[in-house]
Design a protein around this ligand. Sequence first.
Ligand SMILES: [Fe+2]
Length: 307
Amino acid sequence: MNTVYLDSAAGDDLRRERLYAGQLFVFSPRESSLALTEHARTMIEKAFGDIDPRKAQYEMPVERYVEICAPLKPAFIHNDRTKELVRGVIEDFGCDLEDIYQDVPRLRMVTSDGYLTSGVGYAHHPHRDTWYAAPMAQLNWWLPIYDIETENSMAFHPKYWDTPVKNGSAEFNYYEWNSVGRASAAKQIKADTRKQPKPEEPMELDPQVRCVVPAGGIVLFSAAQMHSTVPNTAGIARYSIDFRTVSRSDLENGRSAPNIDSEPRGTSLRDFVRCSDRTQLPDEVIAEYDDEAAAAEGTLVYQPAGT
Ligand SMILES: [Fe+2]
């Protein structure tokens, strides 16, 4: 049974417990979240100049679209104002800034009608983030930057909250992904050839749940949720922000969503910094979730070229 909580007033401890049990939390836009999405919107609109970013695909070849979006992503991620605004959202939602660690926010674009579905505009197949070495205690925060419709939203597949799926996560090494997969995103224009953990058996994607929130609204969910990018048929591109949080006390006490089918190697925990002072998690906490042999085959933390 999945429940969608709307504008819940629950405190963060109870909210995390509910999220680890598979519930979804949806929030209306508020000042802190609008400040973040409006900041992103300004950066996007500046990059596209006179062209409406939602309709840019009708104005330019896909290679040009990628040329504009590829640098926009790291520019947004590494922008100081972006980091501040993400922290502002976390604080506004009543999280303990000493206990909650955040990663960098991602900016995503999903164009319409198959214009670009790979690389920087990757349309995510059904997956759990935990297949990609996210900790089971990870929570995902997702915000559309412009209003969306069901045709360009994101889908959850609730059947799989407690139904395991045969999948390729056992072959996924997070550190190898850091050294090879992430760096080549901008080169994947016609097709995405990067090795990613995928379902390895037919899936029942319906019934599915899509949360259509206004720009600056938030969908908050466990990284163990099965979710996918809806193939965009809205005629306009969707731009969204997502970032992730973990609670250190939950990591230390083994509180998380249940793991029913995730077997990746390595952990993304080194990507998180404490909201209060931007320090990393202590080594002994990371060690509990790590895999030394996997570390020898790649890069612990992704370093984008030129930053
Ligand atoms: Fe995801």
